[in-house]
Design a binder for this molecule. Structure first.
Ligand SMILES: [Fe+2]
Length: 204
């Protein structure tokens, strides 16, 4: 046991947990770091290896949680909390839609030419984005305490849920079947763009 004396109080902890211990320093070095602009906390070594579908699935999971928190926990609560949660939903949705439209969907260009089904799925996904953005604009034109605000957020959550199912069940497996080199390039671009947007939107 190591002991330090501070203001007359004896504090003790196992040697391995002492601030100067090698194990503690190693653990600190492995902890998630804030990037340069302080906008994202991520274990860089792990995130850098994520395939595009893993990044998008992680987004989907976070979006589901945000909608769940909003719809299940918030309606009776204060407008300020609702506004903050909705702001997080809005930013996450915009970032997610942007990386899909700019980087993920164009990865299927070649496949779309050969495969009508893929072409249809991509065009349905773009249409679903367009509808979600339209609904988002409608919600943004309202105040959280307005009648109908929660109902619109619920509809948006349902639309996003359908989008998530279609993407994960149909499009992601197709992407995972594309040439590995293409998958790696797309994944790298997607991760970079996501971090850049998170910096712009100041989102973790
Ligand atoms: Fe998605």
């Amino acid at each position: 046991m190591c002991r330090i004396r501070r203001t007359g109080v004896r504090v003790s902890f196992p040697a391995a947990e002492a601030p100067w211990s090698r194990r503690r320093r190693r653990r600190w070095q492995q902890m998630p770091r804030r990037r340069g602009n302080g906008s994202r906390t991520v274990v860089d070594t792990t995130f850098r290896t994520w395939n595009a579908t893993a990044v998008l699935r992680d987004d989907h999971k976070k979006l589901r949680q945000l909608f769940w928190r909003y719809l299940e926990m918030v309606p009776e609560k204060a407008g300020g909390m609702k506004a903050r949660l909705f702001e997080a939903i809005q930013k996450s949705l915009i970032i997610h839609a942007t990386i899909e439209e700019e980087i993920f969907y164009p990865a299927f260009e070649e496949e779309s030419r050969k495969n009508l089904r893929v072409r249809e799925i991509i065009s349905a996904a773009c249409e679903s984005h367009r509808r979600c953005k339209h609904l988002l604009q409608e919600v943004l034109s309202m105040e959280p305490q307005d009648e109908g605000f929660d109902a619109k957020v619920r509809v948006l959550g349902e639309k996003v849920g359908i989008h998530i199912e279609e993407q994960e069940e149909v499009l992601h497996p197709i992407f995972e079947g594309l040439p590995k080199k293409l998958q790696n390039e797309v994944s790298s671009d997607l991760r970079s763009r996501k971090m850049e947007l998170e910096g712009e939107y100041d989102l973790e």
